[in-house]
Design a protein around this ligand. Structure first.
Ligand code: GRF
Length: 217
């Protein structure tokens, strides 16, 4: 399965996918990574992986709000151009911190576009706690459970169909940082598991609907 990954920061989830590819634990080839930040540590991870023949292309497409580099539309058009060249079978948002518009989402997922699924990793049990600062909000609300989700990307933020979640109990005495670290570690298990489901075609999209060979809904 050829995958393209969009990142903005540290890229620890990307690293897990790189390791699975290099160790041949998943049948994937990361064909390219787009970062919207030139200083993202994720880019260093790719440089190191490419020393081990990971063969991952990169594109840095920085957008700034003064329009000096890319406007929102310009960013999305440039990103689509990279993806068209890489021809991925699946697009993964792994710590990509910009909101995408229908221009990009349709460009990836629609029949007239690349026509491939796009998934996002989100640090909460969706549909609860969409958006930012999930760990703090979960603690403030006194939730008993928290976790992370991998879901299909649609034009509504963090609202596409959930594919899989990992759940943990919240310890009311822990800090947001501690909770964040625990959820982050769970993400490192959940994301490769879901990518593996796509790689083995156990889940796929049919007429824009998530289907699976497990017969589950
Ligand atoms: C993760 O917590 C993910 O859920 C969120 O951004 C973070 C990315 O972490 N969307 P990393 O860059 O993979 O370390």
């Amino acid at each position: 399965l050829k995958i393209a990954v969009l990142v903005s920061g540290s890229g620890s989830n990307l690293q897990v996918l790189i390791d699975k590819q290099l160790q041949q634990l998943l049948n994937i080839q990361i064909v390219g990574v787009i970062s919207n930040k030139a200083d993202a540590y994720a880019l260093e991870r790719i440089r190191l992986a490419n020393e081990q023949q990971a063969n991952i292309a990169t594109a840095v497409i920085e957008r700034d709000d003064n329009g000096k580099k890319y406007t929102r539309v310009g960013f999305e058009q440039q990103a689509l151009q990279e993806l068209r060249a890489w021809q991925p079978d699946l697009v993964v948002l792994a710590g990509f911190m910009r909101i995408l518009t229908p221009l990009f989402i349709d460009g990836v997922t629609s029949k007239d576009g690349l026509n491939v699924p796009m998934i996002n990793l989100h640090p909460s049990l969706l549909p609860n706690y969409k958006g930012l600062d999930t760990h703090t909000r979960v603690l403030q609300s006194g939730e008993r459970y928290h976790g992370c989700s991998v879901h299909l990307v649609t034009s509504e933020l963090d609202a596409g169909e959930v594919i899989a979640q990992a759940v943990t109990c919240v310890n009311a005495a822990e800090s947001a940082d501690q909770l964040q670290q625990r959820v982050h570690a769970m993400e490192h298990q959940l994301l490769p598991m879901v990518v593996g489901l796509f790689a083995e075609r156990i889940v796929w999209l049919k007429n824009n609907q998530l289907t699976n060979r497990l017969g589950l809904n």
